[in-house]
Design a protein around this ligand. Structure first.
Ligand SMILES: NC(=O)c1ccc[n+]([C@@H]2O[C@H](COP(=O)([O-])OP(=O)(O)OC[C@H]3O[C@@H](n4cnc5c(N)ncnc54)[C@H](O)[C@@H]3O)[C@@H](O)[C@H]2O)c1
Ligand SMILES: [Zn+2]
Length: 719
């Protein structure tokens, strides 16, 4: 187990922050190298969140700014371009859980331009590359750039045999079972001229209406809310269970191809026509033109019609029509020379930030929401915008009363880019993020990630059992199968009893029968209930008054305490009284022995240890537990052998064991009443050291702890 170190948040050093702000022209070579390293790491981090988890933590605009800065620095210092430069990469490698598919033809990205000049240069560059004069007409297809995720569909003998995501462009994820559930995508193409094999490529997307319906359902179920239709489409497609994908309405447009035995035409447009004939959906706004002015005109038409479309688009893609010329032009780095995306500018507006409201989610996360003077951005009235989290507010230094710049990009939730400093009222003070939960008054804390030593961006309420924002979810967890497992008290009944005020917190469950006996309106007279079913429920509840200690601990819903940790805690502390006493002390003093012992339990990491101490440091929680214990007497996990020679002793195993695995040795020791710790301290009674034992053995010797061989240990426990 990783030892707990001083977990002060490691703040980015001022120099690194300053560096990030420095104009590219002023960077020294050393600074540029360090900036490029930082950008490579930061962009890789965002790519993993965006492409693998479908859960970005910064807006696309912020992400694009990182990429642009990387490009600018690379352009000035070409000698410093890194092997792992983000400019050379596409997407992210496949996530775990999916089989990998190597693309026969790489699936790359597209270059971007942001204005008419960019498009002009793109066309000029093509002419220069091909050595064509300005009077030679060049035809281009124009079509909306769909904001979804690309997919490669491989057909053999006309049958869809494999579907793969783009991944890192070379290796994608096999999502065939999921794609088979998408109605838009032909599973079999009978046409005789359909190439064999043939890989059709295009975009999978989710419509606005489907997205809104999905999020409404997710919210009802307390599940993850998707930031935008793109994330929802990607999250829905990249499911390990294809029945989940089947329940999400995904759609498809074809616009490209990969490996092909032959092609039905020698132009992009000709292939599109064949796609349509074979039954693949083509975007109805796609057209063909041979004039630059017309391309730009079409761009504007599509941009104007954008708000009326039922799906997100973020630009227009131009592709050179002739395939022989595409072939000659080829690719540069991560994009083709013969195609480009003309991106729409993000829609921006300024307005006044009236207030910052803190919402508490069902997991206790505190989210700041900007309350704005209503303003129209891109045809939509906006009154709320996300501020993501505490650090984001501080970084952007947005204050209540500020005039702020608002942006609605492909994202459905508008973003605040920053304040207009000239318009800042004198009275505006930096926003103080609350450290108590606005819903229940409990402490709200930021966890420390033990791997990075950094604070989690999210602040969470610790009042799990009493926080109204979290209560129902906690109650559902409390009665769930691996916790109290009360038959007849499932999620539906808990919700109903909660809504009616019958059960507000766990102790109420156990007073239900007594209250019902006195009540005028009895449970049995409710719709769907009767005397038998009511009595059955009361009996089921009564049967749980002696639930085992591990279930009891797990039921409390402490963050990072799952069933296994619940069991470890129950084993280590034996009785509820011991446990509560130790946790009370651990909560009071993070440097004290009680906390160290907790942190030392083999299998409990520093994150869980802190979360447990936070939980018991919150008086609201201990009050609920106190009330609960008036009703419930948790029983120790399993009879441990108190008469054994090692009962009550603390033992540490280290090195290789020969007669049993580490897990077996641990379980056996615990059965005999010993505590198994992960590291050696002055409280350790025995260290059992096998071959290869290292620092623990040394610590034991330094501290004068008894060191046993495996054989000596077995003798001691009489096995
Ligand atoms: N917020 C974040 O953390 C984060 C992280 C990574 C990427 N991003 C965002 O993702 C985007 C970059 O992703 P990218 O590398 O996939 O590039 P891209 O999405 O800008 O362009 C390439 C993609 O466009 C798609 N496309 C849609 N319609 C098309 C059409 N008609 N013809 C051809 N291709 C079409 C294809 O899937 C293709 O792979 C940016 O918008 C970026 O902001 C955001
Ligand atoms: Zn709360």
């Amino acid at each position: 187990m990783a030892k707990k170190t001083a977990t002060k948040p490691t703040k980015k050093s001022a120099t690194q922050d300053e560096l990030a702000e420095k104009p590219v022209e002023e960077l020294t070579e050393d600074e540029a190298a360090s900036e490029l390293a930082r950008l490579a790491a930061e962009i890789a981090h965002h790519d993993a969140l965006y492409y693998q988890k479908d859960d970005p933590e910064v807006s696309d605009a912020d992400y694009d700014a990182l990429r642009l800065r990387n490009e600018a620095i690379e352009a000035r210092f070409p000698g410093l371009i890194r092997e792992d430069s983000p400019a050379k990469r596409v997407g992210a490698a496949p996530a775990d859980g999916f089989a990998k598919v190597t693309h026969a033809v790489p699936m790359l990205s597209l270059g971007n331009v942001f204005d008419d000049d960019g498009v002009r240069e793109f066309v000029d560059r093509i002419r220069r590359f091909l050595g064509l004069d300005a009077d030679v007409a060049l035809a281009f297809t124009t079509e909306p750039k769909i904001d979804g995720l690309s997919i490669g569909l491989r057909y053999e003998g006309g049958r869809l045999v494999q579907a793969a995501t783009r991944g890192d462009g070379y290796v994608g994820e096999n999502v065939t079972a999921n794609v088979l559930t998408i109605g838009d995508i032909p599973k079999q193409v009978k046409a005789r001229d359909f190439p064999d094999p043939f890989e059709v490529r295009g975009e999978i997307y989710m419509s606005h209406s489907a997205f809104a319906a999905l999020n409404a359902e997710q919210e009802k179920a307390g599940a993850k809310i998707f930031a935008n239709p793109r994330n929802a489409a990607a999250g829905s497609l990249r499911q390990l269970d294809s029945s989940v994908t089947a329940s999400r309405p995904l759609q498809f447009f074809a616009y490209a191809w990969g490996e092909a035995a032959s092609l039905p035409a020698d132009t992009q447009w000709g292939v599109y026509e064949a796609f349509a004939k074979w039954g693949f959906p083509l975007n109805p706004l796609a057209t063909l033109t041979d004039s630059l002015d017309e391309m730009l005109g079409i761009y504007r038409e599509i941009e104007e019609g954008r708000a009326g479309l039922d799906y997100d688009i973020d630009g227009v893609v131009y592709k050179l029509d002739r395939l022989d010329l595409q072939q000659r032009l080829g690719f540069v780095s991560r994009s083709p020379r013969w195609a480009i995306a003309h991106k729409f500018p993000a829609q921006k507006a300024t307005t006044i930030l009236r207030d910052i409201e803190i919402q508490v989610g069902r997991t206790g996360a505190l989210t700041p929401v900007a309350k704005l003077e209503p303003v129209t951005v891109g045809g939509v009235v906006v009154q709320n915008a996300t501020l993501h989290n505490e650090d984001e507010i501080a970084r952007k230094d947005v204050r209540i009363g500020d005039t702020v710049i608002l942006q609605r990009a492909g994202d459905v939730i508008p973003q605040i880019l920053g304040p207009v400093l000239d318009k800042r009222p004198k009275s505006a003070k930096p926003f103080k993020f609350p450290t108590v939960c606005p819903a229940c008054g409990s402490h709200a804390v930021r966890e420390i990630n033990p791997n990075t030593g950094k604070e989690d961006a999210v602040r969470r309420c610790t009042g799990g059992l009493i926080c109204p924002a979290q209560r129902v979810e906690r109650l559902k967890h409390f009665v769930s199968r691996n916790a109290f497992d009360i038959e007849g008290l499932g999620e539906k009944n808990i919700q109903a009893f909660y809504d009616e005020g019958l059960i507000q917190s766990p102790p109420d469950i156990f007073t239900l029968a007594a209250r019902d006996a006195k009540a005028e309106e009895k449970l049995e007279s409710r719709e769907g209930w009767g005397p038998t079913s009511a009595q059955k429920l009361f009996d089921a509840i009564a049967a749980r008054r002696n639930v085992s200690l591990d279930r009891f601990i797990y039921a409390l819903g402490i963050r990072h305490v799952g069933e296994i940790t619940g069991r470890l805690l129950a084993r280590s502390y034996g009785t509820i009284d011991n446990f509560l006493k130790a946790m009370g002390e651990a909560a009071k003093d993070r440097d004290g022995d009680a906390f160290k012992d907790l942190d030392n339990i083999d299998g409990i990491g520093p994150t869980a240890a802190s979360a447990i101490a936070d939980f018991f440091g919150e008086p609201h929680n201990t009050e609920v537990i106190h009330d609960l214990l008036e009703e419930v007497k948790p029983k120790p996990l399993e009879a441990v052998d108190n008469a054994s020679a090692v009962s009550g002793k603390t033992v540490v195993f280290t090195g290789t064991l020969e007669h049993m695995t580490r897990a077996e040795a641990k379980a056996q020791a615990e059965r005999l009443g010993a505590k198994v710790a992960g590291s050696v301290s002055k409280n350790t009674d025995y260290v059992v050291a096998g071959p290869g034992a290292g620092s623990k053995l040394k610590n034991a010797k330094d501290l004068g702890v008894d060191v046993l061989t495996e054989g000596e240990w077995l003798k001691l426990i009489d096995q």
